[in-house]
Design a binder for this molecule. Structure first.
Ligand code: NAD
Ligand code: ZN
Ligand code: ZN
Length: 346
């Protein structure tokens, strides 16, 4: 089959690779219909993650079930499904509840970041633990929405949930990438009164405004946040970038007894943490990898009913054969790109 393969820093190629083979009787084979590129894939593309050359990448994909193992009960051949970008053993108590990041057997894995679990920017994927990693795409959910349910909509929602937002709160979201924008939409659900969205890219700030946020150019953020909060700081800050600088800003911008919720993936071995400031602020600081299936029972109905419309983040639709160029564009933030959808049939 054809797949996007990592060959080293800024070197992604579309190549022929061996077809995936299901691991065991609890696995399923999924023919990929659409896949997306995530900001997390950019960390890999930039050489910030230790991944072996030759790896098939991608953890956001939906498709059709082609084959199921004899122990798979919840999905059938021919189902059109969404697949969680992160999975656990699929059998322990926590995995069964969808809490795959807290897998009791410590088998939490993300597709397309290591050789044990090749990714979904490909024509097909073998999905282990299919009963818990896969859901049929429900009525009322489009294919593009389904792709967003495999990772970044749950991530944005997780960021907002972890921020302890109460009705009337002022929230700052740092980063107006697709993840930050979906954190904005999610923060609205929790009753935030004002959501300031900080970024450096003008088109992204414009979309944040269209989606109901207050756009704040990064260079003006210190002054604007101080002014809009009477120098008190924001009630909650959601960090959706993944840099050291933005984690420090989040701690700086939150009010005393407020909450910082980090969803950006930071690949630094350590980040300087301002302990005295955190102590004096009585700070709550949360960070985590998204437990995708745990959040489906909340998010699938919100999308199916039209209450959440995450699909606005897609700006580019390309063939898998154009995958290398898609990575280049996304990395360079050229052409107004925000999120790319890849079609493996092209
Ligand atoms: P992205 O790269 O498109 O977006 C990042 C945004 O941050 C960009 O718009 C960029 O302009 C902005 N930015 C960079 N430096 C900034 C600064 N100093 N101040 C303000 N804005 C700044 O990526 P994305 O797809 O939106 O993903 C965002 C982050 O979320 C990534 O780190 C990704 O790895 C992470 N992520 C985490 C999870 C999780 O489970 N926690 C899941 C998916 C993605
Ligand atoms: Zn992702
Ligand atoms: Zn488990």
């Amino acid at each position: 089959m054809k797949a996007l393969v990592y060959h080293g820093k800024e070197d992604m190629r579309v190549e022929s690779v061996p077809d995936p083979t299901p691991r065991d009787a609890r696995s399923a084979l999924v023919k990929v219909e659409r896949a997306a590129i995530c900001g997390s894939d950019l960390h890999l593309y930039h050489g910030d993650m230790p991944v072996p050359p030759g790896l098939v990448v991608g953890h956001e994909f939906v498709g059709e079930v082609m084959e199921t193992g004899s122990d798979v009960a919840n999905v059938r051949v021919g189902d059109h499904v969404l697949v969680s970008g992160v999975i656990g053993c699929g059998q322990c108590k926590r995995c069964v509840r969808g809490e795959v990041v807290r897998c009791e057997r410590k088998q939490t894995q993300v597709f397309g970041v290591g050789p044990d679990l090749p990714g979904g920017q490909a024509e097909a994927v073998a999905v282990p633990g299919a009963d818990h990693a896969i859901r049929p795409i429900p009525e009322g959910v489009s294919v593009e929405q389904a792709v967003l349910l495999t990772d970044i909509l749950p991530t944005g929602y997780f960021g907002a949930r972890n921020a302890d937002i109460e009705p009337g709160d002022t929230v700052v979201v740092i980063g107006a990438g697709p993840v930050g924008l979906l954190a904005l939409l999610s923060a609205q659900l929790f009753g935030a009164a004002r959501i300031l969205v900080v970024d450096r890219v003008p088109e992204r700030l414009a979309l944040a405004k269209e989606l109901g946020g207050i756009p704040v150019p990064a260079a003006e953020a210190d002054a604007t946040i101080a002014e809009l909060t009477n120098e008190q700081g924001a009630d909650r800050v959601i960090e959706a970038v993944g840099s050291d600088a933005t984690i420090l800003k989040a701690i700086d911008w939150v009010r005393p007894a407020g909450t910082v919720s980090v969803i950006g993936v930071n690949t630094s071995p350590s980040v300087p943490f301002p302990m005295v400031l955190a102590l004096m602020k009585d700070l709550t600081f949360r960070i985590g990898l998204v437990p995708v299936p745990e959040l489906w029972p909340a998010l699938i109905p919100l999308v199916a009913s039209g209450r959440l419309q995450p699909e606005r983040v897609f700006t580019h639709r390309m063939g898998l054969s154009e995958g290398a160029e898609a990575y280049r564009l996304f990395s360079a933030r050229e052409d107004g790109i925000l999120k790319v959808l890849l079609d493996p049939s092209r």
